[in-house]
Design a protein around this ligand. Structure first.
Ligand SMILES: [Zn+2]
Length: 137
């Protein structure tokens, strides 16, 4: 299952960002082109949390929030950028050219990691967002 391996990648990024502190929340940004089913992702994340609860417990309370990014296509034919609802049809809604490039919708990264610690509630996000950009397939 695609979502499980994705969750394992997210777990690795989150644990690195948390640096041994208990995690209370995680926000991930996923573009629609990744074809991730949010419900499946949350289900798999729950499995990761349960696994953590039986181990070091660092992720046991880590609620996941998913920020979905719609698909925007840039057309090489007519030059328009269009937000598309049907992201499986990779063609320009304006002129029906297939010479389109996704501008948004391919995102896949860990946006925020909340940790339980007085004074600092967000772990080095900028660094780890970059590290997370390459995860998944
Ligand atoms: Zn076009």
């Amino acid at each position: 299952m695609h979502e499980l391996s994705l969750c394992e990648s997210i777990r690795d990024v989150v644990l690195t960002a948390a640096q041994g502190r208990p995690v209370t929340g995680v926000t991930v940004r996923i573009g629609r082109l990744r074809q991730v089913v949010p419900e499946s992702l949350l289900f798999c994340w729950d499995a990761i949390r349960h696994e953590s609860a039986r181990g070091d417990g660092l992720l046991a309370d880590a609620e996941m929030a998913i920020e979905e990014v719609p698909v925007t296509l840039a057309c090489a034919n007519c030059g328009k950028q269009t937000l598309v609802e049907d992201d499986l049809a990779m063609l320009c809604p304006g002129c029906f050219a297939t010479a389109v490039e996704p501008v948004t919708g391919t995102e896949c990264l860990v946006l925020t990691v909340d940790v339980r610690e007085a004074g600092a509630d967000r772990a080095g996000i900028a660094d780890h967002a970059a590290a997370g950009a390459g995860m998944g397939s």
